[in-house]
Design a binder for this molecule. Structure first.
Ligand SMILES: *Cc1c(COP(=O)(O)O)cnc(C)c1O
Length: 821
């Protein structure tokens, strides 16, 4: 390896290959001729040949990137995440590698459009929603900023479930995304590591008189890495997303094999492989299943062993440089078991003492918090962890004991403080508080938007903020402008590039120059025409997916995101019912014809979210089947919202709904994708909406509702029934809902939803914001009627979206977290 370092050839930037046999057309022709062996070329074969030859085009630079990084000249960042919501790879790779035109030409020789080939790729749906998509956007930005960042995740055999809608209800189907293989991945059997589970611990005194710990009689599982290439934008860097697959360890079954129970022994292999079988579909809530803890430890242990192996092969077992050369960014607490695992590996495998191991660990770990919702804070039962990971529990106890001394020193005599801040929660069933473990061990703790970080410091983590104010920092989320503008909206991108040049693709603040064009008539017209064309494409998609006709002349009002009470799809539906009533009553004065699109998946165990989906579908059905209504209002629920769907949705959206209860949405990133593509936002003062409003200005954002402070002050005396009584509009909506108008043949199915709105303990305060929301929607309509004004505001939204590039976010992580210490 050291030898190879000295003979590195430079990374090739957009230059052709040295050997014509390596050109894209040659690689493609070879796959068609020899690779697939199927006879005639169907589209799937063309997709595979395309993907494989594009991957091969990356191999030289991929290898070179790895060799360069192995010299450890740059600090090595590991982004640890249980979720990477990558979506499709082909289109984005072609953009970043500048190979789209060449590929188009090749495919045209087979009378095939590139777009039709792209449609054949399954989404890599290895994530739930915002948190997993953030990880994917970050990987794109890190590679494009030439940072040496490796994503570490799990290669789930089944990603996020496929959502079907049957009779208005969500039905979950398994996502068999690997059924036809994954042309992008490379299996690396020579980098397999072994992850231990169960067993017990023993201590002994070694020859130097030191107490040593051994973890014995473990059941071991193999972790096999599968690498996916992450190309930077036009810079020759190819980073790696390393996804671990669990496989059975043959020696582990030997005892049973010798007992003669061969079939049983082979069958137990499945138990090992189950670890990476399926992604848990919970967003913003936890699943306390033992298998989930196994996944977390499996990912953490495999990734750290991989990092340490790599370090040791270049530095030997001298760990004095380790913390200067490595950072592990924990995407939420999901991989936070990496804290005691790194301690274990450094002490038990490499023989370091506690203090040295702790110095290293606490200088390497950085933790990103993603939510304030208590139901999303991970706690693992001590008994479960004790059984599964006995050595890890010993280490957590030792970390806790030492850290509580610090707490006792800071708050002398305050026993309650010790209880409150302990990593071990002293409930009847003792629990390990994973967020506390992460904070104690991390040199950086960040929230994901200004308001969110402020609330972390003043509320949830206030004790920790008092102890370690220097650890806390904000990194407002962002989205990659490559996928979310350059790739998904080619018409708008081309217009922008014709006016501004193409620098905006890597420096999104350049879009600010669009503000100068808001009074250029030709430009504004072209802007509007592109939106119309994108709406036509979205209407075709909605027609195909929902069998509902959307008319591109109407306003497209869109809310797509996971279905959760805090995101308040219900508020949106109540507003649709309000418009529907107005139309039935002949009150269409000032109304703008609109098409309302709602989409998103509910966690399979989240009953209320599933009822909200059913309500959306039933309301849509009533609205769409009344010819008196459809000239003014249409509604569709889009099944199976995912990354590739969003690529079609955000370019064709007029109005973006970001209407969460203030203080509950940590950041949001859907809001940013819409803004970049020129949608106007109706939203609350929540998450990154606040920063979007700051950028675009109050006149260009439809703000409504209580702010976070008002929400928390209202809590003690919230009286929704009184609010309903005082609002004629809301009374009308509630009466219509309660009358069974939307569930004539399904009596009672919405009772729970109706009761939740009237419930004084309704955390989401849907009733409180209804009138304010309704009035803001009237302002939306009034603005939309003035198309010239609307288009100017649309341009302004794109122009002001530069701050929300994940390149900007990652530059912050780089300068203020990763390279700082
Ligand atoms: C961007 C994105 C999200 C996050 O959306 P929010 O509105 O921020 O919750 C979720 N799912 C997919 C598929 C996305 O592309």
């Amino acid at each position: 390896m050291q030898q190879a370092d000295k003979q590195l050839s430079p990374i090739m930037k957009g230059e052709g290959p040295c050997d014509p046999c390596d050109s894209l057309p040659a690689l493609f022709a070879r796959h068609i001729r020899y690779g697939l062996c199927r006879g005639e070329q169907d589209k799937h074969e063309l997709f595979n040949a395309t993907a494989l030859s594009v991957k091969e085009q990356m191999l030289d630079n991929w290898r070179q990137t790895r060799l360069n990084d192995n010299s450890y000249q740059q600090k090595q960042i590991a982004y640890l995440s249980l979720e990477f919501l990558m979506g499709r790879t082909l289109g984005n790779a072609l953009l970043n590698l500048n190979l789209a035109d060449e590929t188009r030409t090749i495919l045209n020789q087979y009378a095939t459009e590139l777009e039709s080939i792209e449609e054949l790729e399954n989404d890599a749906g290895l994530g739930n929603g915002g948190l997993g998509r953030l990880a994917a956007c970050f990987l794109d930005s890190c590679a494009s900023l030439d940072l040496s960042v490796t994503g570490y995740g799990i290669r789930y055999q089944y990603g996020m479930f496929v959502q079907k809608i049957v009779d208005g209800y969500q039905v979950e189907q398994p996502d068999r995304w690997l059924r036809f293989g994954n042309p992008w991945e490379v299996r690396l059997p020579h980098r397999i590591v072994t992850v231990p589970f169960f067993g017990h611990t023993e201590t002994y005194v070694d020859k130097d008189g030191k107490r040593q710990h051994v973890w014995k009689d473990t059941k071991n599982v193999l972790a096999v890495p599968y690498d996916m290439p992450i190309p930077g934008f036009n810079n020759g860097r190819i980073n790696t997303l390393r996804l671990w697959k669990a496989e059975a360890n043959d020696e582990f079954d030997l005892a049973e094999f010798n007992d003669g129970d061969y079939a049983e022994a082979v069958a137990t292999k499945n138990l090992a492989e189950q670890i990476t079988m399926v992604l848990y579909p919970n967003d913003a809530s936890v699943n306390g299943k033992e298998l989930r803890l196994r996944q977390q430890y499996f990912l953490s242990s495999a990734s750290l062993q991989d990092l340490l192996n790599r370090y040791v092969s270049h530095h030997g077992e001298d760990f004095s440089q380790f913390s200067a050369k490595n950072v592990m960014q924990l995407n939420d607490t999901h991989p936070s078991i990496a804290v005691p695992e790194l301690m274990r590996l450094l002490m038990d495998k490499y023989g370091l003492g506690w203090d040295k191991a702790w110095d290293i660990t606490s200088q390497c770990m950085a933790y990103t918090n993603h939510t304030l919702l208590p139901e999303a804070l991970e706690r693992w039962p001590l008994a479960m962890m004790q059984n599964m990971l006995p050595r890890i529990v010993e280490i957590i106890f030792e970390i806790n004991a030492r850290y509580l001394e610090l707490v006792a020193h800071h708050w002398p005599g305050d026993i309650q403080k010790l209880r409150d801040m302990s990593i071990i929660e002293e409930s009847p069933q003792q629990q390990i508080r994973m967020a506390y473990l992460a904070i104690v061990a991390s040199f950086s703790v960040n929230g994901v938007a200004g308001l969110h970080t402020k609330l972390l410091k003043s509320g949830l983590f206030n004790d920790f903020y008092q102890l370690w104010p220097e650890k806390f920092n904000n990194k407002t989320n962002g989205v990659t402008p490559r996928r979310w503008l350059a790739y998904c909206n080619p018409k708008l991108s081309s217009l922008i590039t014709r006016r501004l040049g193409d620098e905006w693709v890597t420096d999104l603040t350049k879009l600010a120059a669009l503000n100068a064009f808001t009074s250029d008539k030709a430009f504004v017209n072209e802007w509007a025409e592109i939106k119309l064309a994108n709406k036509q494409a979205l209407a075709a998609f909605v027609k195909q997916q929902c069998q509902v006709e959307f008319d591109p002349k109407m306003m497209f009002d869109v809310q797509v995101k996971r279905i959760h009470e805090y995101k308040r799809q219900l508020l949106n539906i109540l507003h649709v019912i309000h418009l529907y009533r107005r139309i039935l009553n002949g009150d269409t004065q000032g109304m703008v014809p609109r098409c309302v699109l709602i989409g998103g998946k509910a966690a399979p165990g989240y009953a209320m979210a599933k009822q909200i989906i059913k309500l959306a579908n039933n309301v849509a059905h009533m609205v769409n089947s009344d010819p008196q209504v459809t000239p003014y209002l249409r509604m569709a629920f889009l099944p199976n919202y995912n990354v590739s769907a969003m690529e079609k949705i955000c370019p064709g959206t007029d109005l973006s709904e970001q209407i969460s209860t203030a203080g509950k949405e940590a950041s949001g990133t859907g809001n940013m994708k819409f803004m970049m593509n020129g949608a106007l936002t109706i939203g609350t003062l929540d998450g990154a909406n606040i920063e979007m409003l700051e950028e675009v200005g109050e006149d260009n954002f439809f703000l409504f509702g209580l702010n976070a402070e008002q929400v928390s002050q209202t809590k003690s005396h919230y009286n929704p029934q009184q609010i309903i009584n005082q609002s004629a509009a809301l009374t009308g909506v509630m009466d219509m809902l309660s009358s069974g108008h939307f569930n004539l043949v399904e009596p009672g199915i919405f009772d729970h939803i109706i009761a939740s709105i009237k419930e004084p303990h309704d955390q989401w305060m849907t009733a409180a914001d209804f009138d304010s929301y309704r009035l803001a929607q009237e302002a939306v309509a009034a603005t939309y009627l003035n198309q010239e004004k609307w288009q100017k505001i649309s341009i302004r939204n794109t122009a002001c979206s530069g701050r929300f590039s994940s390149d900007n976010t990652i530059a912050g992580y780089r300068d203020e977290i990763w390279m700082k210490k």
